[in-house]
Design a protein around this ligand. Structure first.
Ligand SMILES: [Zn+2]
Length: 416
């Protein structure tokens, strides 16, 4: 192969290239029963009604909600913990449920806040997310799912008072335990009556608000998007703005993802065209109000999101990780062929790592630590091509030279 660098300064950061074996296909995700999800909402509504109209932190309706969730999970074979914490002079609780099995060093967590505000029963916010992940967990049990990852579900307390339960949970993990959590899916308000279909913008492709989530967030986002694409529903990004329980996770470097159907924000006419519903009205007109009851739910939005959750859990947790079958930095050949066709003019066919001499003229013109440089006479005649040669020959990578910057590292070169 012809080296891009022989005409230039011969300085480049080597690109590790890896070929991976195709991963085994993930288990087929289930269709989560809308009827079953709504039955949980009915129970949460009854709990609120019996306990002063809410399920708020420190109120009896909260602990009753936690016990309802925990009881079903205990009966389904989960290992559950009622983790208590104190906030505002009251005891709060997280329900944490581990599904036995999977790689204990590769944990996928799925969470939703279980508390309401004091103003109402909190059925969309966030009975919806709580019920959808509960039914997903119960389906894991019904199918006796044997995921490659370890699955852990969580229902957080005191989210409405500032992410108190999820923060207490993350604080309770040692650095070693945190490092085992490779991803966190969060679901908060997934049945808004005037619904939008938002997915947390893990890769910051929208470029608004906060930057991207920790590495891996983009994959969690892409998995959820893939589900909505499969049912023909367009999604839009929603920024990691810190308004829900993913906050404490991304703060310690755990990648996160999730969906959201909108709160007090007003649906635009463009969004109404995209998704239906009523422009000029809030996604959830009963957000944090007494009218956030079982009547305050879009069945369509709840059904789609519950299925998206199951799709994401099944896809992420049951996929067999790819294994590297060959890799090379191109600074040292580990078996690739230089100039296989005998047709090019490369001098070595290998990357050279070099540091140019620093030059100064009225300020720095060339840094002594530059990691990449090329000649101004470079063109597409200079290239790196990688081909897999067998009974057929496939070109798997090409990078052409250019006289101008930038030369960016293709993101795809290390993935499968
Ligand atoms: Zn919420």
């Amino acid at each position: 192969m012809r080296s891009l660098w022989t005409m230039g300064m011969a300085a480049i950061l080597a690109i590790p290239l890896a070929f991976t074996a195709p991963s085994a296909s993930a288990a087929v995700p289930p269709d989560i029963s809308l009827t079953a999800v709504k039955a949980h909402l009915t129970q949460l509504q009854s709990i609120a009604t019996a306990n002063g109209g809410n399920r708020a932190h420190g109120r009896p309706g909260y602990l009753a909600s936690a016990n309802y969730v925990k009881g079903l999970l205990d009966g389904a074979g989960f290992t559950t913990t009622l983790q208590s914490f104190t906030y505002g002079g009251a005891t709060g609780y997280n329900v944490v449920a581990d599904w036995p099995g999977g790689d204990p060093n590769d944990i996928l967590m799925v969470g939703a806040h279980l508390d309401s505000v004091t103003a109402g029963p909190g059925i969309n916010d966030n009975g919806s997310g709580s019920a959808a992940i509960l039914e997903t967990a119960l389906e894991v049990s019904r199918q006796s799912l044997a995921p490659t990852k370890h699955l852990r579900f969580a229902w957080w307390g005191a989210e409405e008072l500032g992410l108190r339960g999820s923060q207490a949970y993350v604080n309770s993990l040692s650095a070693t335990e945190r490092a085992k959590v490779k991803g966190y899916y969060n679901f908060d308000m997934v049945g808004s009556p005037n619904a939008g279909y938002f997915v947390y913008d893990g890769d910051n492709s929208d470029g608004v608000g906060s930057g991207p989530g920790p590495a891996g967030s983009a994959q969690l986002e892409a998995t959820l998007q893939a589900y909505f694409t499969s049912i023909g529903v367009a999604t839009r990004g929603t920024d990691f703005d810190g308004r829900s329980d993913y906050g404490p996770f991304i703060a310690v470097g755990i990648p996160a993802g999730g969906t959201f159907t909108g709160a007090e924000g007003v649906k635009t006419s463009a969004q109404a065209t995209l998704w239906g519903g009523t422009s000029g009205q809030a996604f959830d007109p009963c957000y944090h109000r007494a009218c956030d009851t079982t009547a305050n739910i879009s069945d369509t939005a709840l059904n789609r999101n519950a299925d998206a959750i199951a799709y994401a859990v099944w896809t992420t947790a049951t996929a067999t990780p790819p294994t590297i079958v060959w890799q090379d930095t191109f600074e040292t050949s580990t078996g690739w062929t230089t100039n296989p066709s005998g047709t090019d003019t490369a001098t070595s066919g290998q990357w050279e790592r070099g540091v140019p001499q620093a030059t100064t003229s009225s300020g720095a013109k060339q840094l002594g630590t530059t990691v990449s440089a090329h000649g101004s006479n470079s063109s597409t005649a200079d290239f790196l091509r990688v081909k897999v040669v067998g009974s057929t020959t496939t070109q798997v990578f090409q990078q052409l030279g250019a006289a101008s910057n930038p030369w960016s590292r293709p993101a795809s070169t290390t993935s499968r």
